[in-house]
Design a protein around this ligand. Structure first.
Ligand code: SAH
Length: 249
């Protein structure tokens, strides 16, 4: 059993695969004007589609949702059917660093808890050409909330994701990549605990049992527990931050 299989099995039954909430999605959406039935939204790294469904239910736009994992997309397809949204949501298996759309196809690019997979700057640069001239991007990205922080948490996150940086520096990366910043806000505790870590922790015992208490599964769960403990101890210093920006001409 490889690590990717464990990750998929552990996360696929959850509402979301990263910190977030319906409220946060709606707040980010509120900064984007003129959404209508002609609006085309691309949701990159959609996972099982928590935010995809929120976007569809709260706009009249058409949404294309892409992810590399068919196991997650199957869950989204189920939700699309249950919610009668087949006409509004197109689901495609695709890699975020080799999108196969025409240039300038989308009014909005959305990506929650996913851009880090190819890196914030790389994603912003690569995705820009798929936006129409007056298009918007809304992405969430782990960021430092303060200028300084304890060594322990600095080491932990820099080791896990070297591009983690302060909000100020993220905002300048966004500008440098050809966008004008519109708004940003940090995700709250509920996004991290109630919607992300807690459901995973609640499922841990059943998950261990399913794999007959295998050592590699114990190690995998232990890594998750360490990450959640870090959050509880050091949440004053970092969070996911939602960045909303407009394509610069
Ligand atoms: N947006 C969802 C999922 C976030 S988890 C939510 O907030 O709940 C990150 C997602 O990115 C996962 O579903 C993972 O399969 C996907 N992903 C990771 N690397 C990818 C890549 N290179 N191309 C496409 N999707 C990728």
């Amino acid at each position: 059993m490889d690590l990717l299989e464990l990750i998929i099995e552990y996360h696929k039954d959850n509402e979301r695969q990263g910190p977030g909430s319906e409220e946060a999605t709606l707040k980010a959406l509120s900064y984007i004007p003129d959404l209508n039935e002609k609006t085309k939204i691309l949701d990159i790294g959609c996972g099982t589609g928590g935010q995809t469904i929120t976007l569809a239910k709260n706009t009249t736009a058409h949404i294309t949702a892409i992810d590399m994992l068919p196991q997650f997309l199957e869950k989204l397809i189920q939700k699309v059917k249950e919610n009668n949204l087949i006409d509004r949501i197109t689901v495609k298996e695709m890699l975020m660093d080799s999108l196969t759309f025409e240039e300038k196809s989308f009014d909005v690019i959305w990506s929650e808890g996913a851009i880090y997979n190819i890196g914030f700057e790389k994603g912003l640069l690569l995705w820009r050409k798929y936006l129409k001239d007056d298009g918007y991007i809304a992405v969430s990205e782990i960021s430092w909330l303060t200028d300084t922080r304890p060594d322990e948490i600095e080491q932990y996150w820099v080791n896990a994701y070297s591009e983690i940086d302060t909000i100020k520096n993220k905002l300048s990366v966004i500008e440098k990549c050809g966008y004008t910043n519109v708004a940003h806000f940090a995700l709250d505790d509920k996004c991290w605990i109630d919607n992300y870590y807690q459901p995973l922790i609640d499922n841990s015992e059943a998950f261990l049992k399913k794999y007959n208490y295998a050592d590699e599964v114990k190690d995998f769960l232990e890594q998750g527990k360490i990450e959640a403990d870090m959050y509880n101890r050091f949440k004053d210093y970092y969070s996911y931050v939602f960045y909303i920006a407009k394509k610069k001409q």
